[in-house]
Design a protein around this ligand. Structure first.
Ligand SMILES: *Cc1c(COP(=O)(O)O)cnc(C)c1O
Length: 378
């Protein structure tokens, strides 16, 4: 499973943490008839879609979700049999491919169905999930008119299109103020009524992402689309305290020192010579740079790493493939440097790194490039 690599920079993915997070989250639904759909889009939020999907299925998830048809096919080619939903819109001309791989597709346009029908052979059948836009403003049906034309088509073409699910997505489930979630939920309940006229019974109804599923189980229906928190990350810092489960971050990012040098006072470091040693200093070089998704902003905005459990700041500009740190003391070449994760008594959390880049934790593992091998710990 671990890809062969010859470089001294790697991401460690703790599959045990993923199993524990799923188990802890499932406890919230004990005794209830709610299934888990593990969201592994964007290569499993950068953790690796195939290993994460296999682990999730082994430890309690029964469905998978991805953003793209291509991502779904990667999972099928890795011998994963579980139902897979594509959350984004696939092109109507690709519906035959989706059918061939037995992929669940998201639908919200009657015209899409009309066009897709031309690409299905008479013996092909595709299972769809109808998406309602209850206030996210991204994709989905908004009006009863749109719903009626789509539902009428589905009712009349049930041999080729079967409705497996109906869903929506919350825009603010990770905020302390819950009023907009309530509003979206109420709209969704009203929209579900629209199906009755057409005698369409969807076995799966779902609305909850991590934040909603953990905070509002009563608004989650019978399937929980679990993404970020499966990876051990909280959907937003403002609700961390309120979450009913303790999560364990699965992703760490590590490198090793390739050079350690003692420089006298006043020596320049990196492009632009923007940093000058302030006294005699130990400077270390690590082989990771912006081409790995380790953005230049890490050094501009006070970024630190851990070396032997101690903090060390980036100095000078981050280069494409390498960067420099100010070491607290002399250390050996080859010493492990932790950019994200624990070392000794200290840890650099995904939230710390996200705050440094003025973004959300979701973005961080996603942008760590494919050039950084993922190593799986179980
Ligand atoms: C990404 C995504 C999710 C998962 O959200 P998390 O906040 O990561 O749990 C759920 N539903 C849809 C439609 C998504 O796009």
């Amino acid at each position: 499973m671990n890809q062969e690599s010859y470089r001294d920079t790697w991401a460690e993915v703790n599959l045990t943490a993923i199993a524990e997070n799923i188990r802890a989250i499932k406890q919230l639904y004990q005794g209830k008839d709610v299934d888990i759909m593990a969201v592994v889009k964007a290569n499993g939020y950068g953790h690796g879609a195939v290993p994460v999907a296999k682990q999730a299925l082994k430890f309690g998830a029964s469905y998978l979700a991805v953003a793209l048809l291509d991502e779904a096919i990667i999972l099928r080619k890795a011998d994963i049999q579980a139902p897979i939903l594509v959350l984004g819109r696939i092109r109507p001309q690709d519906v035959g491919v989706a059918s061939q791989y037995n992929i669940l597709v998201t639908v919200f346009q009657a015209e899409w169905l009309e066009e897709a029908r031309n690409y299905l052979s008479p013996e092909d059948k595709i299972q769809v999930h109808i998406k309602f836009d209850t206030g996210m403003g991204r994709v989905g049906i908004r009006t009863k008119e749109e719903a009626d034309s789509l539902l009428e088509f589905l009712a009349n073409h049930s041999k080729q299109f079967s409705v497996n699910g109906v869903y929506t997505h919350f825009a603010t489930a990770d905020e302390t103020d819950t009023s907009y979630v309530t509003e979206q939920h109420e709209r969704f309940v009203r929209m579900l009524e629209w199906l009755k006229k057409w005698n369409i019974n969807a076995p799966l109804i779902h609305s909850g992402n991590s934040a909603a599923g953990m905070r509002f189980p009563e608004k989650t229906f019978n399937l929980f689309r679990l993404g970020i928190s499966m990876y051990g990350l909280t959907p937003s810092p403002e609700i961390t305290e309120q979450l009913p489960v303790k999560l364990k971050q699965a992703f760490s990012l590590k490198s090793r020192l390739v050079q350690v040098k003692k420089l006298p006072k006043g020596e320049a470091i990196s492009y632009g010579a923007t940093y000058r040693t302030e006294k005699e200093e130990w400077i270390g070089t690590i082989p990771i740079g912006y081409a790995d998704g380790w953005l230049r902003y890490h050094s501009t905005n006070g970024g630190e790493v851990l070396v032997n459990g101690k903090r060390a700041p980036f100095v000078g500009r981050i280069c494409m493939d390498q960067c420099m740190i100010l070491l607290p003391e002399q250390v050996e070449v080859g010493t492990v440097v932790t950019l994200i994760g624990e070392d000794g008594f200290d840890k650099i959390t995904m939230d710390e790194v996200a705050q440094r880049l003025e973004t959300i934790n979701y973005e961080i593992p996603c942008i760590i490039g494919q050039r950084v091998p993922r190593v799986y710990m179980d």
